[in-house]
Write a protein of this length. Sequence first.
Length: 309
Amino acid sequence: MKKVILSGAFMLFSLFAVAQETPFTLHTPTGDLFGTLTIPETHHPVPVVLLIAGSGPTDRDGNNTINLKTNSYKQLADSLLKSNIAVLRYDKRGIAASHAAYKSEADVVFTDYVKDAVLFAKTLKADKRFSKVYIAGHSEGSLIGMMAAEEVPVAGFISIAGAGEPAGKTLRRQLARVPAMAPTINKMLDTLESGHTLKGPIDPNLMALFRPSIQPYMISWLKLDPTQEIAKLHIPVLIIQGTTDIQVSKEDADWLKAASPKATLVIIDGMSHIFKTAPADIQANYATYQKPELPIRTELVQAIRKFMR
């Protein structure tokens, strides 16, 4: 399918004046996961999007207590609502309201998040309020979402700022900015990629990334290749990427598109990793991560709405 480049504004219109935003709870064997369902008030079934958050302690609204106050996911849900599209967004296990479903960091691997997404998708599919179910994943949530879409027959998959290469390659490239540590980091990644935990003491400067309790998760994550996973999908796929995203590049989107030739690729000029207008300058770009009042790009909503129709 053709590649689409969007810039400029798109006027959305409201089809329903009244809507519902209700709590949503998923019961799992290891604890409850909590989310928010935004749904139009209508007597007819509507399409619904399962929105999966990115990495770190990012909650259902697109915020965390460390460095994010964006409300990006909430804004996306509110915007799609105006197009008569429901959205279920949730706190992943261990995050915000779902913290109790996370017994210990050492017990969680990447596929646990995939299993949770599968359960959410199956629950939505069984709900007669919804005509079709789509899965959308942001950043790390893109890989979670595409793997969930392999297991649940959904209507389509949407990748927003998803990585297009194995995490090990991305980490090596990012950490290469600290040349003195590069040999040590590469060796540690080699060990984890081989499926083994690290032996011996860990440099305190690297503890945040390589602490013992996170290593099982890292091992499960590093072996995955997003291009291999997206190639397994035989459903409509939409890949969305912003040009001023300082965390995931347009090149990542191109890799995903090459692996899924029938996918629609949408490049949004000037959109950052958090769906908002931002400059390419790193400091100025990061400054927008603390401005929840900034609106998300309407081209993002337009692309999703067009894909779902």
